[in-house]
Each structure stands twice: as structure tokens, then as C-alpha cells.
Design a binder for this molecule. Sequence first.
Ligand SMILES: [Zn+2]
Length: 414
Amino acid sequence: MRQENLAKRVISGVERVSGHYSHQPRNAPPTRARINTYSMLPDIENLLKLQDTDKEIRRLQDEVAEFPKRVAVIEQKLAGTKAQLDKAQASVKADEAARRKYDTAISDLRGKISKYRDQSLDVKTNDQYKALLHEIQFAEKEIAANEDKILELMVNADARDKEVKAAQAELKAETAEIEKEKEEARQLTAKDEKLLAEWRAKRDQIRTGVNEDLLRHYERVSKFRGSGLSEVRDQKCMACRVMLRPQTYNEVRSGTQTIVCDSCQRILYFNPAEEMADLKPSTTRAKRHHPKIDAPQAWYYRAEFNGIGEVFLCLTTARGQSSRRVYDVHTGRLIGDILIREGDYRQAFPEDITGAMRLNGGWTENELDAFGTELPMVALDTLRADLDLARHEAATGSHVKPQAPVAPTEQAAS
Ligand SMILES: [Zn+2]
């Protein structure tokens, strides 16, 4: 009930505004020719632009936020090296103190011996003489023991010296490294901040072109779901994969009202170009390009992954190491950290491959890095499209079952 009210409120708001639009010149004429006669609502077009802008802003913000984390890691390492240096220096000091203690003990013992010798000149009995001699021998033994300890310290001193010097050198190198990192990050941050300001201005501009109620709805759903728009294809909401009722589907396709998905609340839109691609003759569809078995990069789909749900896995092998990236199928967001393991990805991640569906998709490591924490829409769409084909293939073998009758001409005629 609540959802319906919300949808109605959104729709009525849009209708008000679309009337208003017709009196204003727009960048693109509302009657712009499309692949077929469907048109997209100006609000939807603007929201799509807004979505791209929001994504870029998020990417830049993430990059800026990454900087203090990187510095913190190096600073932690630096603190560790500093502690090591302090410890080595404290050991040197302790050794020096011990050395002084032994020196003092030796000179005290020598004093005692000389005193005993003086006394021995005055002794009366043989027993007294023997007792003094015994004392002297005992002191001499003590001196020898202290001298041994001093020798030991001198041998250790070389090792201690090396420890201190190594720690000092490491500290110097790390300090230089952190300064360099900081400088690079400062420059990158300044560049990002400038870009952010530009993108934010662009976003503000786009926002003024969208109905207020719709905008509020878009932002609320984006906040909770990571995206506020969803394409409709094959009568499905592509974000949550829930089938739409035929009437809702037709309403979205007609492009005259704004409709939200009953299930995920995203604002639905229909891209005729995508649907036309799906409607190509079945012979084209059957020619699914099959991924190479020995490719250095492989994409997989898993319906269930560590309790997260549906994911795309990207496994890449380079220079004897393999990396694994996990992306949410619906949002394209990177889940967790990039995992690196030794060896070929088949050996490194066998548990991920088993039971997974192999997909087409090949991007360079640099491109993947540039994607950051979210696959761009174009990559996500490519993977989803291939997933649909692969599923279709799996379900039908090499034969392609005929498409459900979706007749664009009927819609166009109305
Ligand atoms: Zn949905």
C-alpha cells in the first residue's frame, strides 16, 4: 500500500514537471529520434547523468579518503623502525654501564690486593700469612672474571653497533619514502579536489533539471541500495532481478510515466537500444563467444558466494601471481579486498572456480585498477549480458529458444 502511494506521488510529480518542460528549450529536443519510437523521460535522462556524476564523485572521494590510510600504514612501519632503533641504542647504553661497573670492580679488587700485600709484611704466624695469600688469590680470580665479562661486551659491541647503524639507515630510507608518498598524495588529492569541485558543480546543474520529489526518492534509494535507477530488460528489473507485472512493464516501456520497482524501489527506465540488441535474430544470439581456457584473466559468476549472494569473480594471473576481485552482481561494487595468491589462478583459487559459470570479459590490470571499487556500467552490462547468454545456453544446449513475443510495433502504434 505504501509503495503504491509512493509510486503515485512520484508519477504525479513528474507529470507536472514534464508539462513545464515543453515550454522550455532543452539541450536535446524532446522528440529526438531513437532506435524506435520510444522516448525516455527527460527526468530519467537527467537522473542517468546524475548517476554517472555521483559515481565519479564517489570514486574521487574514495581516492581522497585512501590517502590518509596509506600514510598511516607507512607511519606505523616508521614507528616500528624507530622502536627498533631505540632498543638497539638502549642496549649500547646498558653495555657501557656494565663495562663501567666491571672496571670499578677491578680497580677495587686491585686496591684490596695491594692492601693485603702491605699487611703480609707485618704478619707474625705462618697461618696469618696463608690466610692473606688466600685472599689475594681470591681477588685475582675475581679480577679475571670481570675481565672476561669486559671482553664479552667488547665482542658484542660490534654486533650492537651494526644493529644501530642498520636501524638508522632504515629509518632514513623510510622517512624519505613517507615524504615522497605524502607529496604524491598531496598532489593527487589537490587534483582530485579540483575535479570534485567541477563534478559537484555539474551535479548541482543536473539536479535542477529533475523533479524534486523524484530527486528525493532517487537519493533515498541510492543511499540505501547504492543505486537509485534500474534498467528494465526482458520484463525484469535488472538491479533486483524481480519480474515486473506486464502492466508495469508496459508503463515503463511507454516512457510516459515514472515507475519505481515494487521490489527494490529503484526508478525504472527502459533503454530501447538494449532491448533491440536482445531481440536480434536467434542465430546471432546463439553465437556466444566462448572464453579461452588459457586466458590470463577469467570472469566467473557465482549464484552464492560466502553468504553475500550473487557475485562476479575476476581472476587474473600475472608474473606467477594471481589476484581475485569479487563484485556484487547488482551494484558492481567491489566486495572485500583484492586477494593475491601464488601461482596460476586455477591452482590459486580452485574453490572459487568449482561450480561457477565462466563468462566472457577481459580488461587489463590497469583498467581494473581504474575501475576502483565499482565496475563501470558498461562493464557490468557486458558481464550481465554474457551471463544471460550463458544461462540461456546452459538451459537450452546449443539451441536457442524463441524470444517471448515482445512487439515494439504495438507499443509504437498507441
Ligand atoms: Zn528492482
